[in-house]
Design a protein around this ligand. Structure first.
Ligand code: AMP
Ligand code: ZN
Length: 432
């Protein structure tokens, strides 16, 4: 196996032994913070109680609400002068939370990130364009430092200014990008509008992540640009990107289990789900000193994929994120995930890249409207064809989500675009 870090070659036994010993260290470090010194004392558990991975369950979980309640400094486990960086979560779901790093924390984060990029074939000599926010969002600096660590020629392109992004790609002959999947789809259209075929660019690898997307969207990105796209998963609380990443087999995301412990729990009971079933991902940092987090509830829903990976790495693989414990929509008593809707829409070749789900309540009846952009070549004068398409989409959606949405076909580029994380659902029901 060609690898960046020796830890990629460890077998299960070694990985688990390392996890136990690092967990003890991480716990001892965490107890230097005001929050965990209290929380672990209350739970009556000390690092000496950890003898095997099963003992992890003796540690109470940590929630986003805990982080918020301790905002800004309650989780810090080192003297403040040892901290050199802070990031906050993007706040797509409410009040932000802050995460702090020491110099060593940043170095090990960059190592993890470089490992991900090396795994999918990036090498010194690659020209890497990081199309991500360079502010508090971790996808900017986090991936940037990984790319430099690896030795790529790294372009901190930032977000927005599509024309300039395209010019950078052309001028510097970008070979790899980091890009949010919804923006990748948009960018392909913008390049076509300039009269160029995105497939003729020298791009060969895209790292896509930060927002939920389906395998169908990924395939579409690969097709549009003629490249390989790899799913990148992370969250600010666990540093950011570099937590779990697909290898070249694109069959799930290897979690870097030498740096994290991942558990999948039932979100209601907080008990482990049976092997291979979907639940909430709960993560523990093993190497972070500035702000260790123990059993942090990510609210992301996924599952462990069974069986070994042909790449030889024994780090377990996660399925792509199915949704959040908190983005589930309930409509007429039925639970619906936006991803289910995207999967159906993207299976129609006529459908463009942008859509918007709106939930409304009228006379105590909930309704879902799905506005769907139709590709220009299909948005034709022929009303019968459009009606047939609309009926088809409605039927397929009803079969999938068990309620009948109102489907509205709209022209390409008529829905609001975002250059950050796409906002796909508008729930207007609380307003009434
Ligand atoms: P933030 O901490 O603000 O960067 O947001 C992290 C959240 O973004 C995660 O908890 C996930 O819900 C989502 N996310 C990140 N990467 C992915 C990915 N590859 N697929 C789906 N969702 C993702
Ligand atoms: Zn693999």
């Amino acid at each position: 196996m060609d690898y960046f870090d020796i830890a990629e070659t460890w077998d299960r036994k070694t990985l688990e032994e390392v996890q136990v010993s690092r967990l003890k260290t991480s716990m001892a470090q965490a107890m230097k913070s005001p929050f965990y010194s209290r929380r672990l004392k209350e739970a009556g558990v000390t690092p000496d109680d950890i003898r095997s991975l099963d003992d992890l369950r003796r540690i109470p979980t940590t929630s986003k609400d805990d982080l918020r309640a301790q905002y800004p400094y309650g989780f810090i486990a080192v003297p403040k002068e040892e901290l050199v960086r802070l990031h906050v979560s993007s706040g797509t779901t409410g009040v932000p939370t802050a995460v702090y790093h020491t110099r060593e924390d940043l170095a090990s984060w960059a190592d993890l990130m470089a490992r991900c990029m090396y795994m999918v074939g990036l090498r010194p000599g690659d020209v890497f364009q990081n199309i991500a926010g360079y502010g508090l969002f971790t996808g900017g600096l986090g991936i940037h430092n990984g790319a430099e660590r690896l030795g790529c020629l790294t372009i901190p392109a930032g977000t927005g200014n599509t024309k300039r992004q395209i010019k950078i790609m052309r001028d510097f002959q970008t070979t790899a990008v980091h890009i949010i999947p919804s923006y990748a789809l948009y960018l392909a259209g913008a390049i076509e509008e300039e009269g160029e075929d995105p497939r003729t660019l020298p791009l060969r690898i895209a790292l896509v992540g930060a927002e939920p997307h389906t395998d169908a969207s990924r395939r579409r990105i690969e097709e549009l640009f003629d490249l390989k796209a790899y799913n990148s998963y992370g969250l600010s609380e666990m540093n950011g990107p570099g937590v779990a990443f697909e290898c070249v087999y694109q069959n799930g995301l290897h979690v870097w289990e030498d740096a994290y412990i991942a558990e999948i729990l039932d979100p209601d009971t907080q008990e482990p789900v049976p092997e291979g079933e979907t639940g909430e991902l709960v993560m523990t940092t093993l190497c972070r000193r500035g702000m260790p987090l123990l059993r942090y509830r990510t609210r992301d829903l996924t599952r462990f994929l069974p069986g070994p990976c042909p790449c030889g790495r024994q780090h377990r693989r996660l399925d792509r994120i199915l949704g959040r414990t908190d983005d589930m929509m309930i409509l007429k008593g039925v639970n619906i995930y936006p991803m289910q809707i995207e999967r159906i829409l993207m299976s129609f070749p006529e459908v463009g890249d942008n859509y918007l789900i709106t939930l409304d309540r009228k006379d105590n009846v909930d309704n879902m409207t799905v506005k769907v952009e139709v590709r220009p070549e299909h948005f034709v004068e022929d009303m019968r064809a459009l009606h047939a398409l609309q009926r088809n989409i409605t039927r397929r959606l009803r079969d999938e989500i068990l309620v009948t949405p109102i489907v509205e076909l709209v022209e390409s580029n008529s829905l609001p675009k975002s250059e950050g994380k796409a906002k796909r659902v508008m729930d207007n029901r609380e307003l009434h």
